[in-house]
Ligand binder design. Structure first.
Ligand SMILES: NC(=O)c1ccc[n+]([C@@H]2O[C@H](COP(=O)([O-])OP(=O)(O)OC[C@H]3O[C@@H](n4cnc5c(N)ncnc54)[C@H](O)[C@@H]3O)[C@@H](O)[C@H]2O)c1
Length: 375
């Protein structure tokens, strides 16, 4: 019988539901409390977590004695304040959805508070755990590539989905597209290159999506396409190409890492629920290709994702693997794999990229990696 852990959710919308479905696959996971102001989300969350108590505010949640770990899945702009309240009033482990914050002024404070927290604090950057990305990481960690020099991440996907109260339509709520979703990719850059960024240059715009939408008369201001170039301390370089009106693609993410001896690529499809199986047949399977220079000859390998995990979310099984890691960190003291330091550095890179576009110049990261100035 597995040791049981009682989770409490702060916010339980689309991503909260994905966390609930994945925790349901991990024996010993109980959902004891959920704070969710939206009635429709409460109703559907109750079907996934029938034993959960629905609280009316965070103070009432904090008064409960049946919570072993917190999961924050509220809109981005709320994370920093909710984290600060948990740091002040609870000693329990915390898993917070990315981005950890949306205001540069919160970065150092959260870093300090997380470092003092007596139990694991984990930022949900689960792209690391997608099986094809895990396979890519293994290749990069091996010797096949030689000296790694270049990393390119291309994401060609569907536009931002509709969210509760449309919070994701404005930079002030999400932190901006390059913070909101692309912090995942800046995290991958740091992880794959084992290095820290020193300079960021970006070009981006709002050219296709959301232009006809109005919210209380206001037009969304979120980027729908961008290029970002990141220079790393050792001289390695990375590039992100983001396009959010390209869901016709076979693969959503295409990542390549090139070294002196070989290149490795991985190709990852988007959420299976968006693939038109009726006309195109089964959804594409993730794949990884190793292409040595000598002797030439690309070696392609399919990396299928377990069907149960695919059905539990939109992220190729990664939310499941992340929760397994979080559980081990809580129960066995294994290391936190995505720390607040990682989460905040990825956010700072996204903020630097947003600032680069707004100011029309490159940004130099400061030595601590948490802020930036015009280069
Ligand atoms: N890791 C990933 O790949 C990934 C993917 C999608 C979303 N996310 C993140 O998950 C978070 C939630 O996004 P989503 O897509 O689920 O949005 P959503 O709008 O579907 O869900 C947010 C939920 O929070 C609730 N909420 C709002 N204010 C609240 C409050 N004060 N207290 C408690 N609940 C509150 C809303 O009613 C809503 O149900 C965001 O931070 C987003 O960036 C991460």
């Amino acid at each position: 019988m597995s040791q049981s852990l009682n989770y409490a959710f702060i916010g339980c919308g689309m991503m909260g539901h994905e966390h609930l479905r994945n925790l349901a696959l991990i024996e010993g996971s109980n959902i004891t409390a959920i704070l969710e102001p939206d009635a429709a989300m409460r109703a559907s969350a109750a079907k996934l977590a029938p034993k959960a108590h629905f609280a009316t505010d965070l103070d009432a949640m904090l008064a409960r004695s049946d919570i072993d770990a917190w999961v924050i899945t509220t809109p981005n702009y709320q994370h920093a304040d909710q984290l600060k309240q948990l740091f002040a009033q609870s000693q329990r482990p915390i898993l917070v959805e990315k981005p950890a914050c949306t205001d540069p002024a919160d970065i150092l404070a959260l870093h300090t508070l997380a470092a003092k927290h007596p139990s694991p604090v984990w930022v949900a950057m689960e792209y690391r755990y997608m099986p094809p990305i895990a396979a890519l990481r293994a290749q990069v960690a091996g010797h096949a590539l030689g000296a790694v020099t270049m990393l390119t991440i291309r994401e060609h996907r569907f536009p931002f989905l509709e969210k509760v109260n449309d919070w994701n339509r404005f930079n002030r709520n999400s932190g901006g597209t390059l913070v909101e979703k692309c912090c995942h990719f800046f995290d991958l850059m740091r992880l794959l290159l084992h290095d820290e960024a020193v300079r960021v240059y970006a070009s981006g715009g709002i050219d296709v999506n959301h232009l006809d939408e109005r919210y209380d008369g206001e037009t969304p201001d979120i980027l729908d396409n961008a290029y970002v170039i990141v220079d790393f301390a050792s001289g390695k370089r990375a590039m992100l190409e983001l396009c959010m009106f390209a869901e016709g693609s076979r693969y959503q993410e295409e990542i390549s890492v090139v070294g002196s001896a070989a290149k490795v690529e991985c190709q990852i499809p988007g959420p299976g629920r968006f693939w038109p199986t009726a006309t195109l047949g089964p959804a594409p399977i993730p794949q990884i290709t190793l292409s040595p220079r000598h002797p030439q000859g690309p070696q392609l390998q399919e990396i299928p994702v377990d069907e149960t995990l695919l059905a539990a979310g939109d992220h190729n099984g990664s939310t499941y693997y992340q929760h397994v890691g979080f559980r081990h960190a809580i129960l066995e003291g294994s290391p936190v794999e995505v720390s607040m330091n990682d989460g905040l550095r990825a956010v700072a890179l996204g903020m630097a990229a947003q600032a680069s576009i707004e100011q029309g110049c490159a940004m130099r990261m400061t030595d601590d990696g948490f802020s930036f100035v015009a280069a």
